[in-house]
Design a protein around this ligand. Structure first.
Ligand code: FMN
Length: 187
């Protein structure tokens, strides 16, 4: 199973970075798979640590993809770095092993400290819609407009039926990014 999370890392100067990443659990290790090049990968290799944030504020996913990366952070307790102030839970990770690859290396990490901050509120279809739309937007340069339009039309149903303010705001940022891409002649 892959869980869509936000990975927070820092470089050796302590500059933080937030990126949406899917992670999986294999033999009690958390596996992160960044496509090269990625700042998340560079930071993880530099500091050998990261934080995985289990967060239902989809604005952060959409925000990171649309240039809004300045989200409140709090210092991690056991590793170099920080966690998202708004996260439901977080796990502090140390890098144990790398399976290198020219395209997408596998980083096997150990969770050395896990904290629950708030209860899980249940599934929400609009949050799913925003996550799926964010993934489409992260591949704008590689997908045909017809596919994007068809999928966005379907995803909009869940948004309209179940979305709250955060989901609508996140959706708006993503649609702006699609529009900008179209205006630049991307489709
Ligand atoms: C829900 C979601 C999941 C993603 N999962 C991954 C992933 O597993 N690996 C990856 O390289 N990028 C993933 N992305 C795209 C990255 O977040 C994005 O390209 C980001 O800028 C990573 O590069 P960075 O570390 O340089 O910021 C995902 C995006 C979204 C919206």
């Amino acid at each position: 199973m892959i869980q869509e999370t936000l990975i927070t890392t820092v470089n050796t100067k302590g500059v933080p970075h937030i990126a949406p990443m899917g992670v999986s659990v294999q033999d009690q290790q958390i596996v992160i798979l960044p496509f090269k090049p990625a700042l998340t990968l560079d930071n993880l290799l530099e500091t050998k640590s990261a934080v995985v944030n289990y967060c239902d504020d989809v604005r952060i996913f959409a925000g990171c993809l649309t240039g809004r990366r300045d989200w409140p952070l709090l210092p991690a307790e056991r590793v170099k770095g920080s966690y998202l102030a708004d996260t439901l839970a977080h796990a502090e990770l140390t890098l144990e092993r790398i399976e290198d690859d020219a395209v997408r290396p596998k980083l096997f990490c150990k969770a050395i400290h896990t904290v629950n901050h708030k209860p899980f509120q249940g599934f929400n279809r609009a949050q799913y819609s925003v996550l799926e739309a964010a993934i489409l937007i992260s591949r704008l340069g590689r997908l045909q407009w017809e596919k994007i339009e068809t999928e966005l039309n379907y995803l909009r149903i869940g948004l309209e039926k179940t979305g709250g303010d955060r989901e609508w705001q996140a959706w708006g940022w993503l649609m702006e990014a699609v529009e900008q891409h179209r205006q630049r002649g991307g489709f």
